[in-house]
Write a protein that binds this ligand. Sequence first.
Ligand SMILES: C[S@@+](CC[C@H](N)C(=O)[O-])C[C@H]1O[C@@H](n2cnc3c(N)ncnc32)[C@H](O)[C@@H]1O
Length: 322
Amino acid sequence: MGVGSSGDADADAERARREVERREWDAQFMACLSLLLPESMLLREGTMVATSNRTGMMMMSNTYTDDWVDTGLRLDKPLLDVGCAYGLNVMHAVRRGARVVGIDYEDRHLTVAAQAIKDVLAARNTQNTAMFSAFEFKHGRLPSQLPPSDTPDGRYASVLVSEVIHFLTCDELKQSLRDIRNLLVTHGTMYITAIGHGALGFFESEDAKRRVAEKVAQKRNSCGAVEWQLSELRAFHVEQCPSVSVDSTRPHTGKEPIGPDRWQTFDAPTLSRAVADAGFRILKASEDENPSYSGFHTQDDSVAKEFGLPCHVAIVAEAIPP
Ligand SMILES: C[S@@+](CC[C@H](N)C(=O)[O-])C[C@H]1O[C@@H](n2cnc3c(N)ncnc32)[C@H](O)[C@@H]1O
């Protein structure tokens, strides 16, 4: 066996080890969270949790979680999780010894998140008491309501924005990307994931799928995204994914799309351009690759297959000097 392949095998083994460790903590987090939330909010056998404000779900951790934490540890600065929901990714940063801030505009998420992490650390009989003060949850909202870090320059090493930007308008997205750039140290990293146009493949009728594809072909906003109004989404019927409309405050009919009355969908090339315009160098731009979303949005989805539209988009980008 050559040197290269033994190195590859070591890297694969390390990735596998990290995955097992992450999954174990995910499971423990879900066990604690399940005591804090109504059972109806735990979806798909505990692999997704409905948000409390009809903004979809919190997903399990994935390889971006590891990478986001790696950057923070390497640059020795705090991490930021924007739209952290119930704090699962924040917990992963804490367990690996990072300092981290989780923000969300839904205060109900933040209260539950802080309690869930304390419960996990207590359940594991954590001896490292510093972990209990390594995390903070704050109210924050894209764009512009982002708290600076507690370091002298107020910056973060690494920012995770997982499944949030599709709830913004194009102008809000542009401002948000600039705000995040200004909060990152130079060479800090942003991990951003969002729903792709093909995710609208939830909508079952052939006619709806064709209309999705036609609109994607014709109607881009200046971020390269496509905007959808609640009235349009309603017309498509969200039959195949009723879980997106579960919330804790009122019964759902199974026919309603998620909370905000509009959202925008992306593809990797156009989202990359918007990110680059805000002062980033693109390190990686991928479509339909995020392991958390396999089985949820997949490349087998018929819109993706028939019309070549991604269901999910992920960009990793480095903050370049101004
Ligand atoms: C689909 S969930 C994603 C949760 C988690 N980041 C994940 O990937 O599993 C969206 C989260 O972002 C929050 N959110 C939505 N719009 C936001 C905004 N403009 N500013 C801050 N948080 C926002 C919601 O409250 C919710 O917790």
